[in-house]
Write a new protein. Structure first.
Length: 344
């Protein structure tokens, strides 16, 4: 029989950032990965303190950015790589009115650190009203982040490449097959719907597609460009363009309408030839009140859920993994806004 402090179920941002807390605090654990491509793995990796539809910001944006930078420095110590791509987001303005609104918002105390009053004009795209720069925005090198951490977990013997089987859980002892555990953290994204202990938590899927495109003329280096969606270069010479939001679609296939939306939106501001090489999609686990869901089961106190990261998996995943760890290990209260108990 093996004994561990924690079992983690899942391999997306929620699971990885929680695993990092365990590595940092030298807790023993096993992480279950069923080997499907997570929503996290297809995500764009944008780290953005501004909401670019209405030019607002969100709860804890500054704290979340700083916390993420610290975590990525900590992870670099054991994987040897830096996954933070410090290239800012440029928001292409639709018209003069938007630009004026940006300038007005940039004077507000909460937005002043994020909305630069300096504008940029690019040659490769249509941007007759220029672009606004989002200070402190960046990108995560998503593929290397996941590939390297998974490899590290495997090398250390922390990874089990199999689906966690809920029926094999003996809660009273507490044992899972031949593993004696102290706590379990369920971080399955939309997979939580199969979890008999937490299937009722109010997370709703929001399907997102993105394209991988070959551009005939490369974009200016050093930025992530955003008009309706984000576009930026990947490591293999192609570009990421996405993603869409769709609450209604539940099937696990590519949706032609989403591909058309993306293709049309890209051609509206990229006036050169491009070729779609691949289409990918994932399901964001979203919550109506736009806050993650953390906490333990009302009856089985050592079973925890960590879900509902929504469209900000990176910032929410990192920040609330720390909060959850402090809650479990040091009894620190959870923010009521993210506590599972808010639904009871
Ligand atoms: C197109 C798109 C673009 C996005 N862009 C961004 C972005 O730029 N920035 C950002 O911050 N966020 C972005 N997001 C949102 C982000 O991806 C999500 O918030 C995040 O992926 C949620 O992470 P998670 O760990 O909760 O779930 P997931 O990433 O879905 O991970 C859960 C994993 O658990 C595994 N699992 C489930 N059940 C079991 C089981 N029983 N046993 C073993 N494994 C199991 C699943 O296979 C899955 O791999 C984007 C999402 C999409 C779809």
């Amino acid at each position: 029989m093996k004994a561990v402090d924690y079992i983690i179920v899942g391999d997306g941002y929620a699971a990885m950032f929680f695993a990092h807390q365990l590595i940092k605090h030298q807790k023993s654990f096993l992480l279950f990965s069923e080997g499907k491509k997570s929503a996290s793995f297809v995500s764009a990796g944008i780290i953005n303190p501004a909401v670019l539809k209405r030019f607002t910001t969100f709860w804890l944006a500054q704290e979340q950015i700083e916390s993420l930078k610290n975590t990525l420095e900590e992870i670099e110590k054991y994987t040897g790589k830096n996954y933070l791509i410090e290239k800012p987001v440029l928001r292409v303005f639709h018209d003069e009115k938007e630009k004026e609104l940006w300038l007005k918002k940039a004077d507000e105390e909460t937005l002043n650190p994020f909305l630069s009053k300096e504008f940029i004009s690019l040659d490769t795209i249509k941007n007759p009203f220029d672009c606004g720069i989002v200070n402190q925005s960046a990108r995560l090198d998503v593929r290397n982040f996941f590939n390297d951490i998974m490899q590290y977990l495997e090398d250390k013997g922390f990874l089990l490449k199999e689906k966690f089987d809920y029926q094999s859980l003996d809660i009273t002892n507490p044992i899972y097959k031949d593993i004696h555990y102290r706590n379990i953290v369920f971080a399955e994204g939309m997979g939580v719907k199969e979890n008999p202990f937490f299937s009722e938590i109010p997370v709703h899927q929001n399907k997102g597609h993105h394209l991988e495109v070959k551009l005939s003329q490369n974009l200016e280096e050093g930025y992530t460009i955003k008009k309706k969606h984000f576009v930026f270069p990947l490591n293999d010479g192609s570009y990421y363009y996405g993603g869409t939001y769709d609450r209604e679609q539940i099937h696990h296939e590519i949706d032609d309408a989403a591909v058309e939306t993306l293709t049309k939106a890209l051609s509206e501001f990229y006036p050169h030839y491009f070729e779609v090489r691949e289409v990918k999609f994932g399901f964001r686990p979203t919550v109506k009140d736009r806050r993650p869901i953390l906490g333990n089961h009302p009856e089985f106190k050592n079973l925890y859920v960590f879900n509902g990261l929504g469209a900000r998996g990176i910032l929410n995943g990192n920040y609330f993994a720390k909060e959850l760890f402090s809650h479990i290990e040091n009894g620190k209260d959870l923010h009521p806004e993210v506590d599972l108990k808010r639904f009871s």
